[in-house]
Design a protein around this ligand. Sequence first.
Ligand SMILES: Cc1ncc(COP(=O)(O)O)c(C=O)c1O
Length: 409
Amino acid sequence: MTLDLFDKFDPILKDYNSLPDGAANPFTVSMEKVLSPTTAIINGRETILAGTNNYMGMTFNAECIAAAQEALSTQGTGTTGSRVLNGTYNSHKQLETTLKEFYGTDHAIVFSTGYQANLGVISTLAGPKDYVVIDADSHASIYDGCAMGNATVVRFKHNNPENLDKRLTRIRRDDPEAGILVVLEGVYSMLGDQAPLKELTRISKDHKAYVLVDEAHSIGVFGETGRGVAQEQGVEDQVDFIIGTFSKSVGTIGGYCVSNHPKFEALRLVCRPYIFTASLPPSVVASATKALELIASTNLRSKLLDNSRKLNKGLKSIGFTMGTTGESPIAAIIVDDQNTAIAFWGEMLKEGVYVNLALPPATPNRLNLMRCSLSAAHTFEQIDFMLEKFELVGKKLGLIQEVSARATA
Ligand SMILES: Cc1ncc(COP(=O)(O)O)c(C=O)c1O
């Protein structure tokens, strides 16, 4: 008998089918109407969005919308072509110029998503004789970039400089001439922790390795002009490639890589996820360009981190076990078992707060997380509302004690 290609998915379908139906199913929820960067109608009720990665609230920025509308009506709905064929408009080049100015780099290449930027740059740069050294908690797009390429992949323990040193020492001992690409993230999205870039870049350079930093969750959020954690930690001159996305702080979609490497433009000729896909539509290009200009000059970064500190501090004082500290825009409650986490998510939605249910394998150390990502557009009143609902649901599910019990415990 011929095997059914779908049989291998039976275990995951079994788990999926055991989820609650309808409103409380995290995989089927949809936004009926998005009202603003922080609110939407979900299941017929107005809901606060506390898990969108819309860090700067750019999705409804009037200048970005106007730029997108203008591009839509003058240049059409899409390019219908690859960057290397008919899909490079002057506006794509302008966006790359804006990125070069934003980062102060010689080169910038725009991809259709951040996922494709990692896929393309990692798989293309590191060839069969090279090594890619990645943090164990890297995003799926980094792992997939490694899987697509032909380099030897070596992992080191999350944010652990000694372990990186050990791995690089061994590679250099075995192969003194090898090309090595160390891939790091500025902020790790699940627990919001920053990479210790000073130590990690120093060790990489000691071993003559190239350094790539994915600033997907840190562009716009950290650094004096929003360039990310490399800027914040003063190590931009030690980083060879910065990858980023337009799908979070920039409020639209797309990805990019910037670099000062003199041969960087060669990627346009050899990088398959750049070549074999259609380029970004003009409206997206226009809003991304405008958002980057705004991000460079915004004073919203401190408001965003104030919001995050308030939520993290509030959740901790209510009695939740936190995976985050409030030093990035992410707040994550650790929940011991998966079924409680799923119930928690559904109850929060019923109470009018949308958060991210983050489960293994997407999480580090197989944690079950109720993950929030704050926006500079959240008001303190909205955060108070979130806290009130978290407390209510946490008590209902027995995750936290009654206030009086806690006071005497
Ligand atoms: C660290 C990291 N890199 C890359 C990406 C992919 O970005 P995009 O949404 O633009 O594909 C993400 C998205 O979640 C991310 O968290």
